[in-house]
Design a protein around this ligand. Structure first.
Ligand code: SF4
Ligand code: SF4
Length: 318
């Protein structure tokens, strides 16, 4: 691999943000496809490093010799409306309650997705995210539209577990149950929200319909400190970005592709002044803009972002 990095003179940031992420997401997606949807082949977790190295080599070949680009992961913030008001929300969602909410229209979603898919060969994992995506009226249509795209490998809906999917959403999940699954962010250890959680009902319902459900272990969150008025220097920002668990979270919000959910919301809320997103509506060469986006060691929002090492309970409410 070192040889290929030298041969193509691959910058460190591009290697990490593009090739390594593609390989890691490909491994995770292929494993899920086998476990949830019985397609593809079993990847032995004890050989994970071998698969990742193989996939990095293939991705380098795809990019430099076959002119192909693949998005490792893309999350659409379909609405900033949420049923909770978490103090340490990593997307700063409660701030939209005063600012005014942003929700994507069905037409915008289709336009954004079609444009992206016309410029890239594949999206490995597409996420429909919020706020709380189950508050979005046309979620069923977004699920249907995304799952019909052959060059999207897997679709994940991330919910906070406070809302039971209605009949329309259940139908879309059933109709597409070889590609889509629901993920519940698990806040059950937190008293503030415990009574609002509908985990058991959701679990039973999805089991009846054979819809795949994933739930995380509900571990602690990092305390959210927002943004500073002063920017950090490039060396510190690179370190901050490399350590940040959001660094793989490319997110679309308001027709722009941003570094992560926190960065995207901060820019839309005008807490940070940055223009280094991919403009999905006005781009004249989207493929090149996406390559340039992944070629950055970090994005401007990262310069102002205050990182955190303080662990707190998940979903503590304001
Ligand atoms: S962390 Fe999730 S559930 Fe909590 S306010 Fe943010 S988007 Fe809503
Ligand atoms: S803005 Fe940068 S440093 Fe801050 S959370 Fe997003 S990726 Fe991480």
């Amino acid at each position: 691999m070192e040889e290929l990095i030298r041969k193509y003179n691959i910058p460190d940031g591009f290697y990490t943000r593009y090739f390594k992420q593609n390989a890691e997401f490909r491994y995770g997606v292929e494993l899920l496809q086998f476990l949830y949807f019985k397609c593809g082949k079993f990847l032995n977790p004890s050989k994970k490093d071998f698969y990742i190295n193989t996939y990095i080599n293939e991705e380098i070949d795809n990019f430099y010799n076959k002119n192909q680009i693949n998005l490792p992961h893309l999350s659409f913030c379909i609405t900033t409306k949420c049923s909770l008001k978490c103090k340490d929300c990593g997307s700063l969602i409660p701030l939209f309650n005063e600012h005014g909410h942003i929700s994507i229209s069905l037409e915008e979603f289709k336009e954004n997705l079609d444009k992206i898919l016309a410029s890239v060969n594949k999206i490995r994992r597409l996420i429909l995210f919020g706020g709380e995506p189950l508050l979005y009226n046309d979620l069923d249509k977004l699920i249907d539209y995304s799952c019909k795209k052959e060059n999207i490998d897997i679709v994940q809906i991330i919910t906070n577990g406070t809302i039971i999917p209605d009949k329309k959403i259940l139908k879309a999940l059933v109709d597409n149950n070889k590609k889509v699954y629901l993920h519940i962010s698990n806040y059950s250890a937190t008293k503030d929200v415990y009574l609002k959680l509908k985990h058991n009902k959701i679990r039973e319902l999805l089991k009846d319909y054979d819809i795949k459900l994933q739930m995380d272990d509900g571990g602690g969150w990092l305390k959210e400190f927002g943004f500073s008025n002063e920017k950090s220097n490039p060396e510190t920002t690179i370190k901050k970005y490399k350590k940040c668990f959001c660094s793989h979270c490319t997110q679309v919000l308001n027709n722009k592709m941003y570094v992560c959910s926190k960065g995207s919301c901060a820019i839309e809320l005008k807490l940070v002044d940055a223009d280094d997103y991919v403009d999905l509506k006005n781009s004249k060469n989207l493929k090149q803009d996406i390559i340039d986006f992944y070629n950055k060691d970090y994005l401007k929002a990262c310069e102002y972002c205050i990182s955190s090492d303080t662990i707190v309970m998940p979903a503590l409410q304001n």
